[in-house]
Ligand binder design. Structure first.
Ligand code: HEC
Ligand code: HEC
Ligand code: HEC
Length: 133
């Protein structure tokens, strides 16, 4: 009897841990993406980008973008800029490539691919992302 109670208590505790882990991730709603301080924009019309993060997070799975998920024990995904800070636009871990490479983790990469499959994803530099302020 005692064993059985102990077991179900442990099972319940385990479930609580699981559920909390799944819902513990923070999902910021809007994130302003600004280039690192001494990183020069490639053109004058390149403005900071207001990214509708929450809008995306209910349409695309987290891991599709957060391709290098942070240590799960942190209970949080880390920002891209933590790794993608380099100036060089050809550097795979550069600031520019994170948003413009051909592959899905990048904004433009995913939008271009989804558009090719009939999606309504915007791809215009100054109409979709770098809106004049
Ligand atoms: C369409 C791509 C995309 C999807 C989907 C997405 N994110 Fe993000 N997320 C980003 C970008 C871009 C940032 C901003 C990174 C930066 O500021 O360097 C970000 C930032 C974050 C941050 C803040 C990190 C920090 O330290 O500033 C958290 C937390 C986060 N996302 C969690 C999530 C979770 C949880 C999900 C799924 C429910 C999710 N994201 C889905 C692209 C995405
Ligand atoms: C922990 C570090 C780290 C984080 C956080 C991270 N990346 Fe990366 N990323 C890398 C590394 C390293 C590469 C180089 C190739 C590889 O290992 O996948 C890369 C490659 C990429 C590429 C391919 C670039 C190319 O030219 O082929 C894109 C796009 C990208 N990351 C976007 C993102 C986005 C968007 C986020 C945030 C939602 C993010 N990354 C978060 C480390 C990171
Ligand atoms: C993995 C795929 C994916 C990535 C990466 C991604 N998006 Fe999107 N984006 C979407 C989808 C899906 C939609 C909704 C398209 C639709 O309405 O049919 C969307 C829509 C948008 C829209 C239009 C929103 C509206 O109000 O109509 C903007 C602007 C946008 N994304 C900006 C960004 C930016 C900036 C990034 C990078 C920081 C990014 N996206 C990364 C999939 C992606």
């Amino acid at each position: 009897m005692f064993r059985k109670v102990l077991f179900s208590t442990m099972a319940a505790a385990f479930l609580v841990v699981l559920v909390t882990a799944a819902s513990a991730y923070k999902v910021p709603d809007v994130i302003v993406l600004e280039r690192p301080k001494d990183n020069k924009p490639l053109a004058t019309w390149v403005t900071k980008v207001e990214f509708a993060h929450g809008f995306h997070a209910i349409r695309v799975s987290c891991q599709k973008c957060h391709h290098k998920e942070s240590d799960k024990t942190l209970g949080e995904f880390v920002g891209c800029r933590q790794c993608h800070g380099a100036d060089d636009p050809n550097d795979k871990t550069g600031f520019y490539r994170a948003w413009h490479s051909d592959g899905p983790p990048s904004c433009l990469g995913c939008h271009t691919q989804m558009r090719a499959r009939g999606g309504d994803n915007p791809v215009g530099c100054t109409t979709a992302c770098h809106k004049p302020s």
